[in-house]
Design a protein. Structure first.
Length: 255
């Protein structure tokens, strides 16, 4: 059994695998205020709640875009799971050529997603991760990472709207029944969701045009991908656990 951990700006997602089978997963809020003991006891409790035996844990694999949390997280794993975790970064074997101006700038989560997309669905492809930011990562037919696009996530867009417009209420981010809104809540939901769907479709089509690949595979993942998936047919695959799968694949490449 292995434990994989995806540390994002908003959430930390954890998954337990037995070979290629995801047997349990959890989501916790990302905060740098927790001590190693708080994090360790919390994660240990998750294992206990699922009746998973810590003694059977072979290794822990982590990708993180939040440096401030890593000291506590690594010490928590060493103390409570007796493992020295593998961290996605320099020295990790990925099997992927990164052809951008500065490969060191590529976020660990984006690299993991690209590897997962290539291994699970083939190349060329576009992986779109709907998280705090929405990222579009492009792998060409040779299996090389050639480009990445970043835009504000849909929740960031919503938060900016509510903060700047005093009379607008906070609403649940979901697709309304119709774009022809009849009240303020549906008006906000229509603008946010349909507007974001339009952005996604345009960016994907622009990539297809510039690569001259009208049928390049498009893979969606991330916490907010389901909302977008319900309103468009632009995605060929929707995998909410793509990053966890990528971490599992990288463990197999590096064990």
């Amino acid at each position: 059994m292995i434990l994989v951990i995806d540390v994002g700006n908003t959430n930390i997602v954890l998954g337990a695998y037995e070979e290629s089978q995801l047997i349990a997963y959890w989501r916790m809020t990302t905060t740098s205020n927790r001590t190693a003991d708080e994090m360790g006891m919390f994660m240990y409790g998750l294992f206990s709640q699922q009746k998973l035996e810590v003694e059977k844990l072979e290794q822990v694999m982590i990708c993180s875009v939040v440096p401030d949390i890593m000291y506590s997280l690594k010490h928590a794993i060493r103390k409570y799971f007796n493992k020295d975790p593998l961290i996605v970064g320099p020295g990790i074997k990925t099997g992927m050529n990164i052809r951008i101006e500065n490969p060191k700038e590529l976020g660990a989560d984006r690299l993991v997603n690209a590897v997962a997309g290539m291994e699970l669905y083939g190349v060329p492809n576009i992986v779109i991760d709907f998280g705090t930011a929405t990222t579009y990562d492009i792998v060409d037919a040779s299996g090389a990472f050639i480009s990445g696009i970043t835009s504000p996530g849909i929740r960031i867009c919503a938060d900016a709207l509510w903060q700047r417009a005093a009379q607008l209420p906070k609403v649940e981010i979901k697709k309304p029944k119709s774009i022809m809104a009849k009240n303020t809540i549906e008006s906000l939901q229509a603008g946010l969701v349909y507007g974001y769907i339009g952005q996604v479709e345009y960016i994907v089509r622009k990539i297809q045009e510039e690569m001259n690949l009208p049928h390049i595979k498009v893979i969606a993942t991330g916490g907010l991908a389901k909302i977008i998936d319900e309103g468009t047919d632009i995605f060929d695959e929707y995998n909410p656990f793509l990053t966890l799968e990528g971490l599992r694949i990288l463990y197999e490449k590096n064990k």
